[in-house]
Ligand binder design. Structure first.
Ligand code: GRF
Length: 198
């Protein structure tokens, strides 16, 4: 039986589209059961519906500072959908230790830097400021500390002269679209050795 995979997003969902498309490949060990957002207007929700995947939204705003209550609602709906794996794909809410522990070993994230470099936001601007000659993205298991957790794969891109953060982001995003499906497929099959794409 394939693993039931839920995807959490806050934005346009281009990574979600690639993940859902990849799960339609023959012999894939996972299937998409739910795409959920903290933003009812997230563009990714309409894209998921167009792909025939169930969607849901839990607006975080009415919960104010009560993150555990927001996350309890997420978990309730994820479990109602039978989710066995979660892919965070541009999900822009910091998660509490309680939520992460509940899903630990079953939750992946993609981050637009070569971790452990540049945890958090504005990764490409920081790489430019540091004078780095490459950037990239990382898929990792989610553990309580932000953007830490065992690395499942990385893909690298060059930083070119005259680059802007937006130009790097576009180059990296194209690699995210290769890396995340590759890592999900391996993870769902029980493989934990990282993969390195160039
Ligand atoms: C990606 O850059 C991802 O690395 C970051 O958020 C962005 C999501 O893009 N965490 P999309 O919504 O998948 O297009």
């Amino acid at each position: 039986m394939t693993k039931a995979c839920a995807i959490l997003l806050s934005g346009g969902g281009s990574n979600m589209v690639k993940l859902v498309e990849s799960m339609a490949e023959a012999g894939h060990p996972a299937r998409p059961v739910l795409v959920m957002s903290n933003d009812p207007d997230a563009g990714g929700l309409a894209k998921a519906r167009a792909l025939g995947v169930a969607t849901d939204a839990v607006n975080h705003r009415p919960f104010g500072k009560d993150r555990p209550a927001f996350e309890a609602e997420l978990t309730k709906r994820l479990e109602a959908a039978g989710a066995e794996l979660i892919c965070l794909a541009g999900f822009m809410r910091v998660l509490t230790e309680g939520f992460v522990r509940h899903w630990e070993g079953r939750m992946l994230n993609i981050h637009p830097s070569l971790l452990p470099k540049y945890r958090g936001l504005h990764t490409h601007a920081r790489a430019l400021e540091a004078g780095d000659d490459e950037a990239g993205c990382t898929v990792h298991e989610v553990t309580p500390a932000l953007d830490e957790g065992p690395i499942l794969g990385q893909a690298r891109v060059p930083i070119l002269s005259g680059d802007t953060p937006d130009a790097i982001a576009a180059r990296v995003l194209a690699q995210e679209h290769r890396l995340y499906p590759a890592c999900l497929r391996r993870f769902a099959a029980g493989e934990r050795e990282p993969i390195w794409l160039s």
